[in-house]
Design a protein around this ligand. Structure first.
Ligand code: SF4
Ligand code: SF4
Length: 131
């Protein structure tokens, strides 16, 4: 991942329209069964190399609904195997875990600023300070 959508989602569809890698599915396709849109962490690239910020969070009208989660890398394998908040897709019968294929992530967002519920800010503080 990644970013994650929480239960403040009002299912407005805006984020799904702007994701450049089609990582978002609507509430009817949410694999966790929750009534909210869902970011597939195995597809999200945090908009790296395409936009400066996660476009989904930038357009979401429900402030604080889309937050940072951990990078989709092997060190966070167990985190993404949490079947309550994530249901990873499969390819040829193999779960698409971070070890199967890690994804790009914003390296300027430190791990300590990540975790479900950590707000996606326009710019990290260090960059603002660097001016
Ligand atoms: S951060 Fe970017 S790639 Fe990830 S779900 Fe949002 S719009 Fe898509
Ligand atoms: S833009 Fe926000 S409120 Fe709208 S569907 Fe996406 S997460 Fe939900």
């Amino acid at each position: 991942m990644a970013v994650i959508i929480d239960d403040k989602c009002i299912t407005c569809d805006a984020c799904l329209q702007v994701c450049p890698v089609n990582a978002i599915v609507d509430d009817s396709d949410n694999p966790t069964g929750e009534k909210r849109y869902y970011v597939q962490p195995e597809k999200c690239v945090e908009c790296v190399g395409i936009y400066d910020d996660p476009q989904c969070a930038a357009i979401c009208p429900s402030i604080g609904t889309i937050t940072w989660d951990m990078p989709f890398t092997p060190e966070f394998e167990e985190h993404f195997l949490n079947g309550e908040i994530y249901k990873l897709g499969e390819k040829n019968g193999k779960l698409k875990t971070p070890s199967f294929r890690k994804k790009k992530f914003r390296e300027d967002i430190p791990v300590e600023d990540r975790g479900v519920g950590r707000l996606v800010e326009e710019e990290p503080e260090e960059l603002n300070e660097a001016g």
